[in-house]
Write a protein that binds this ligand. Structure first.
Ligand SMILES: NC(=O)c1ccc[n+]([C@@H]2O[C@H](COP(=O)([O-])OP(=O)(O)OC[C@H]3O[C@@H](n4cnc5c(N)ncnc54)[C@H](OP(=O)(O)O)[C@@H]3O)[C@@H](O)[C@H]2O)c1
Length: 298
């Protein structure tokens, strides 16, 4: 397949590009800088120069591919508006096509809000953080579009062995011999997925054009942040007692997105497993992360 990737240099996109290339797909990826061109070329993809906020420059190329993966996000205040313009341009470009184009759109576990002791499945009503609520509207708009065959992935919290992903802040503190700062409480649970497992889910879905709708992607349903912090601090031999900041303090200091990591969540990928046959390879973040830290130190 020829697959056009938006966000191919991000936490999710880097792993997705590597997996697509590994499966011998031809990968075109939106790139807005020389640095991204270089990263994409070295990963075996072909960069397509453009900006997410200027979709008229790339929407036709994207829609002429066999599949599109949307994993780009500006994370600015205009995040929702940029995504809306990009997705509307794709829809417009799709109207001239005789056959529908496969699209994988990225949502996220934070769209479910707090789940507490319940485990979110795809039929759970959304309860998004206000700053991410636009994603639900865009996902539905794409699912309703007849010239697109859309699957929406809700990734769990993504960690990776490149820069840590959602573990990055914890790893940096522990590496510097400092106490890890936890937002909210140690008991808060995060659903987790390692980036290459998530990439296999995206690739399975882009190939399986018969699968439409919402798919949660998680390898561990809910792991407490206290446990994550203790695994990382122990592996680095740094102080194991974390510093706890309230959710309000975290939001005041870091912005509205910081409410996300303070949500107590559990999420299941049972649907993805039974529909696509997807199975995560890493179901114990602690083993992989400790080994990775040990390898870095030797
Ligand atoms: N990471 C997670 O744990 C997680 C979990 C659930 C859902 N999600 C969702 O997944 C999506 C991607 O997340 P991520 O963590 O992979 O993000 P990320 O690491 O910040 O990557 C963002 C990607 O978007 C690209 N991008 C940003 N602004 C652009 C622009 N104006 N034009 C072209 N490309 C642009 C970046 O390219 P450059 O290299 O040029 O900056 C990069 O490739 C987001 O919607 C996020 O909410 C993430």
């Amino acid at each position: 397949m020829q697959v056009f990737v938006l966000g191919g240099t991000g936490t999710i996109g880097t792993a997705v590009v590597a997996e697509l290339v590994g499966r011998n797909h031809q990968v075109l990826a939106l790139s807005r800088s020389e640095k991204s061109d270089e990263l994409l070329i070295s990963a075996g993809a072909t960069p397509f120069r453009g900006d997410l906020s200027e979709p008229s420059h790339w929407a036709d190329a994207a829609i002429s591919s066999d599949g599109i993966i949307q994993a780009a996000a500006t994370f600015g205040e205009d995040m929702g508006d940029v995504d809306a313009k990009a997705m509307k341009n794709l829809i417009q470009a799709s109207e001239t096509r005789s056959e529908p184009t496969r699209l994988i759109y990225t949502g996220g576990c934070w769209l479910y809000g707090e789940t507490g002791d319940e485990v979110a499945m795809e039929d759970r009503p959304f309860n998004p953080l206000p700053s991410f609520s636009w994603m639900i509207k865009h996902a539905q708009m794409l699912l309703d579009e007849p010239k697109l065959r859309t699957a929406v992935v809700h990734p769990a919290m993504v960690y990776d062995m490149r820069d840590g992903g959602v573990f990055h802040r914890f790893l940096s503190a522990a590496k510097a011999g400092q106490r890890i700062e936890i937002w909210g409480s140690e008991a808060i649970r995060w659903p987790l997925i390692e980036s290459s497992d998530l990439a296999r889910a995206y690739c399975d879905l882009v190939e399986r054009t018969d699968l439409i709708g919402y798919f949660n992607a998680a390898a561990e349903e809910g792991v407490s942040v206290g446990r994550i912090a203790s695994v990382i601090s122990e592996a680095y031999g740094s102080p194991t007692e974390p510093i706890t900041r309230t959710a309000d303090e975290a939001v005041n200091e870091n912005g509205a997105w910081a409410k996300g990591p303070t949500l107590d969540q559990q999420m299941s990928a049972q649907k993805l497993q039974s529909a696509a046959g997807w199975q995560p390879k890493t179901t114990d973040f602690a083993k992989l992360t400790s080994q990775w830290i040990t390898d870095l130190q030797t």
